[in-house]
Design a protein around this ligand. Structure first.
Ligand SMILES: Nc1ncnc2c1ncn2[C@@H]1O[C@H](COP(=O)(O)OP(=O)(O)OP(=O)(O)O)[C@@H](O)[C@H]1O
Length: 487
């Protein structure tokens, strides 16, 4: 365990760090974060005993760092410093072997079998084994960094200090190095203290975090440190937003430069293009979208919105691939596009494009009610995937928060269901009023102009605009459908 209390220190009588108090537990991965010049390296140097503090105490396993002999320190801790320039004519293996020095006993050091085993193991772990006979100076920056990490690991330290260990490493080697370190750490209960500039990497691999700002440790704690946008904004002096990693319970940070938040005043002036196969709505700039569409699902920024017609006997074994093929054929850029499917004739579509309660809102709906369902009643589940029949796309000139997007889906769904009630659409299986159809799709797309709106439920201006627009569009689309099929 490392205990830092009341630590003050710096260079040539100038204190860089003031009153640092910190406990780092055995076996944890502690990340030091903070902007350039905030004092991270200075803190690391003080903790390793390379710099003498001007005040305060640093204890390692209950003993002040000053009481450790250099040899004892080298036995328990290893340091991978920032930009270590070793340009001697050593081979990679010789450099890594230097890490074994503290473990070699006697006046005349000799390389033991164990030394050889450890060196070869760490070279394999850091993927430098294949370069073992090469001169170190021939290696690339990233390869050198991995060799120096291997040297540090060869020391078999209890505590590993890393100053920007992923400097020079590409994405693959960054992830691999930190994964190896985590595995190694778990095996040996090694404590890692690392300066990490990349907050996303820190979020993925570190257990706890300390944020330095102008020589003070302004926050320490778990992932909540990285989720604290106000803190990060103060420390880094740039707007940082966090969002959730799509597959891991970890936050990821995104920088949002102020000057890039441009106004988008004509964003709802879309071009609508329609033929028998597809309705294509194209916006000149991307809209933020929440959707369950076949292609473009989740939260995304998209410019193109397509609703494809498919016949009732369409083979739906791979709808996303089909939509991608159709988009490619039509020359519509896949990465910018949302794609839905419907078995309803596209000519039955309804468009409501107006300003409701100060909100410019444009809703387009295709609606067939052949597979209408009452969601509250027990039903045999549909055996095969069926094509969505009420497809709703809502475009708004509003700025919705993520929560407001969810509210907007709620509002649109309530309005759809009200339309089904008023149109007396029934579930053929239960004979009760339907709440939707079995495979409905929805997209809420907003320009994100203006001040963020946190709510879009039925008690809000935006929610009411969505409700009225969707109600009218669904009603008209069902009327069109019924007129065509003669029901
Ligand atoms: N050897 C030195 N002598 C005098 N001042 C120094 C020395 N090394 C660093 N400093 C100063 O101490 C302050 C903190 O530097 P430090 O290297 O600890 O910051 P850092 O947070 O690690 O920055 P970076 O992210 O840029 O590596 C800086 O203002 C720096 O100029």
């Amino acid at each position: 365990m490392i205990e830092v209390s009341g630590l003050t220190g710096g260079y040539q009588n100038e204190d860089i760090l003031t009153d640092i108090n910190l406990t780092i537990n055995e076996g944890e991965f502690f990340a030091l974060i903070g902007p350039n010049g905030s004092g991270k390296t200075t803190l690391l140097r003080l903790m390793t005993g390379a710099l003498a503090p001007s005040g305060g105490i640093i204890e390692i396993s209950g003993k002040p760092i000053q009481t450790y002999s250099p040899r004892k320190k080298a036995e328990i801790m290893a340091v991978l410093a920032q930009s270590s320039h070793v340009e001697f004519d050593f081979s990679v293996e010789e450099i890594v072997m230097l890490g074994r020095y503290p473990h070699q006993k006697g006046l005349i050091k000799h390389i033991s079998r164990r030394d050889k085993e450890v060196v070869s193991e760490v070279m394999k772990q850091t993927e430098v084994y294949q370069y073992r006979n090469k001169p170190f100076k021939w290696l690339s920056g990233g390869e050198k960094q991995r060799v120096l990490l291997a040297k540090a690991l060869a020391q078999e330290p209890k505590i590993l200090f890393l100053d920007e260990p992923t400097n020079h490493l590409d994405v693959k080697h960054t992830v691999e190095m930190l994964q190896h370190l985590k595995a190694y750490q778990a095996k040996r209960q090694m404590t890692i203290i690392a300066i990490l500039h990349d907050l996303n990497t820190a979020a993925l691999f570190a257990d706890r975090f300390g944020a330095l700002h102008q020589g003070r440790l302004v926050k320490k704690g778990d992932l909540s440190v990285l989720k604290n946008e106000t803190l990060l904004q103060k420390v880094y002096e740039v707007d940082i937003k966090h969002h959730s990693h799509p597959t891991l319970a970890k936050p990821q940070m995104l920088v949002a430069p102020e000057e890039m938040h441009h106004s988008n005043p004509h964003a709802l002036e879309a071009e609508v293009d329609q033929n028998e196969q597809c309705i294509h709505i194209a916006f000149p700039r991307p809209l933020r979208v929440l959707s369950n569409a076949v292609v473009g699902e989740g939260l995304q920024w998209l410019c193109h919105f397509c609703n494809f017609y498919v016949p009732k006997n369409y083979d739906c074994s791979n709808p996303a691939d089909d939509v991608r093929k159709w988009l490619e054929k039509a020359g519509i850029p896949l990465g910018d596009t949302l794609g839905m499917m419907t078995a309803v004739k596209l000519a039955d579509k309804a468009i409501v494009n107006e300003v409701i309660m100060d909100t410019h809102i444009f809703t387009i709906v295709t609606a067939g009610v052949g597979n209408a369902m009452d969601i509250t009643k027990e039903h045999p589940l549909a055996e095969a995937w069926q094509i969505g029949t009420i497809n709703i796309m809502v475009f708004l000139d509003e700025h919705l928060t993520d929560g407001a997007f969810v509210n907007a889906v709620q509002s649109a769904t309530e309005a759809k269901t009200k339309a089904l009630v008023d149109m007396e659409v029934t579930d053929p299986a239960t004979k009760s009023i339907a709440t939707g159809t079995s495979t409905d799709s929805i997209a809420i797309a907003a320009t994100q102009n203006g001040t963020p709106t946190p709510y879009a439920g039925s008690g809000t201006r935006v929610g009411k605009a969505i409700g009225q627009s969707v109600y009218r569009a669904v009603t008209e689309a069902i009327e069109n459908y019924r007129t065509r099929v003669g029901k």
